[in-house]
Design a protein around this ligand. Sequence first.
Ligand code: GAR
Length: 191
Amino acid sequence: MLSLVVLISGGGSNLRALLETCEDAEFPARVVAVGADRDADGFEHAEEFGIPTFSVALSSYPDRESWGDALLEQIVAWQPDLTILSGFMKLLPPRVIEALSPNLINTHPAYLPEFPGAHAVRDAITAGVAETGASVIVVDNGVDDGPIITQQRIPVLPGDTETTLHDRIKLMERELLAEVVLGIAEGDFTL
Ligand code: GAR
């Protein structure tokens, strides 16, 4: 059974989908804890599923390194096989990445290397592209430029807003994330 720690910053709808997937007794992974850099709305999903949460706010620490060390301490206490950034909107300090990578993955709402960063969906709409996508990557020290594990194209439809497009991308992200977790758990590939 693959044990997962999931980090979020916001609503955690993709986290919720993963928690629902992990309810299936046949699915070989379990979320053991959910962390965030704030008191994230998405904690409510973890609480509903009886999963412990932890919050480590950057503003409570004198610098990013000590914040990262505190976050890392919380993560490793759960001894996860895999840590998933699922809408976690802070860059992790190098020490955290070195400690966890390659067992540290991130979902991103674009077809990387297109539209890295925190506003990928808005950037795709602004650029007027006909299609964007969803990606799951291994986290390294760059911004959304680690090795791509899997990705899929998604069309931008006439009349799409940032919200409608993002909602459609998230549906794909949930499928891709579940496939990646399953693949790792079953040893189909190693990171
Ligand atoms: C997801 O689309 C995720 O890929 C994205 O935030 C959203 C979280 O949604 N992450 C990034 O943009 C990271 N660069 P959720 O809180 O509803 O799961």
